[in-house]
Design a protein around this ligand. Structure first.
Ligand code: ACO
Length: 321
């Protein structure tokens, strides 16, 4: 059996922050941000949390799938901005949704997280361990961004996307995942407080640091390679793919990937203009958007791809239900 997506949902915080607003708090402009990244506005949490966004995205996905909380036997949340270190976001979501029969845990693969989580679900389903899963990618990156740092605060945002996944004859078929920890310095949140009595010098928690150029170069090289590797395993070519749902970090990265692989840009939907970079939330939020617009047809072949901190990357091919 394979992991088949049977419902999607997403949830974005109510507050919308425009580039023009950001230009009042840091030295930037709508022109700089939109021309370099494609981002015009993003959703930023005030009262919403990673758990509340995840639970609402999950509810919407379950409603679309016609699945009750009782039926869910696995919940995986991909996040690098959990509200609590313990318990996991997934356990708190389980409680919110009353999904009492689910095994629940988080994974952290940053912007590749949803692809990693869906791959893991697929492997479990191939092994016959679970039948109905809720796979969520969710972030509140606004909590770890330095709002005085114009190189990051204009890029990152909050939101959650979810997919209800059922063990079925078709679904996810081939995946390629990878990590390069030696390049972890390209995006990191380095230190956390340590109040144990042996530490004499307290270091406050750092904000998120990113070497944008390094990540850009990595993404435009690694993702085309990983897409071709995955298509090769699946015995498919770029032309066989109906949709490429790529991580929404920067429109220029996705345009470059499309150009390199000669993919018509119409097959590469983007929502970075109104969502910004929601890391683990990005691929499932986009998936839900295109699904709710009725763009995905039964039998469509879809490539999902994520890349980000780690560095990590993940590409998968799946057949739409
Ligand atoms: N407004 C105005 N100027 C700015 C801003 C800003 N918001 N940010 C940077 N600049 C300035 C820089 O200081 C620099 O000025 P200088 O030339 O005087 O030094 C100039 O603009 C150019 O900066 P670059 O960093 O070279 O700009 P670049 O064209 O590379 O774009 C960007 C930067 C948008 C960050 C790009 O590199 C990018 O998108 N990288 C990929 C990020 C990504 O994909 N992240 C995904 C992973 S995230 C995760 O895993 C959590």
């Amino acid at each position: 059996m394979r992991a088949q997506i049977i419902g999607t949902g997403s949830c974005l915080p109510e507050k919308i922050v425009t580039n023009d607003f950001l230009s009042t708090i840091v030295d930037t402009s709508d022109e700089w941000v939109s021309s370099r990244t494609g981002i015009r506005e993003r959703h930023i949490s005030i009262d919403e949390t990673t758990v509340s966004l995840s639970a609402e995205a999950g509810r919407r996905a379950m409603e679309m799938a016609g699945v009750t909380a009782d039926e869910i036997d696995l919940i995986i949340v991909a996040t690098c901005t959990a509200d609590t270190l313990v318990p996991s976001t997934a356990c708190l979501v389980q409680d919110e949704l009353n999904a009492a029969h689910a095994t629940a845990f988080d994974i952290n693969a940053a912007c590749s997280g949803f692809v990693f989580a869906l791959n893991l679900t697929d492997v479990y389903m191939q092994a016959g361990m679970y039948r109905t899963a809720l796979v969520i990618g969710a972030e509140t990156l606004s909590r770890i961004v330095d709002w005085k740092d114009r190189t990051t605060c204009v890029l990152f945002a909050d939101g959650a996307g979810a997919a209800v996944v059922r063990a079925a004859e078709t679904g996810v078929s081939f995946s390629t995942l990878g990590s390069d920890g030696s390049r972890g310095g390209a995006i990191y949140v380095k230190s956390r407080e340590n109040y144990n009595p042996f530490v004499t010098e307290q270091k406050p928690m750092d904000f998120l640091y990113m070497d944008g150029g390094e990540v850009f170069k990595f993404a435009v090289k690694k993702i085309p390679e990983a897409i071709l590797e995955t298509l090769d395993k699946a015995d498919l070519t770029v032309d066989d793919i109906d949709w490429f749902l790529l991580h929404q970090a920067n429109a220029r990265i996705n345009q470059s990937i499309a150009r390199k692989l000669k993919i018509p840009i119409e097959k590469v939907p983007m929502n970075v203009d109104h969502c910004g970079n929601t890391s683990g939330g990005s691929v499932p939020i986009l998936l839900d958007e295109v699904n709710r617009k009725g763009m995905l047809k039964s039998g469509d072949t879809i490539v999902c791809a994520g890349f980000g901190s780690g560095l990590t990357w993940g590409v998968m091919v799946l057949t739409w239900a």
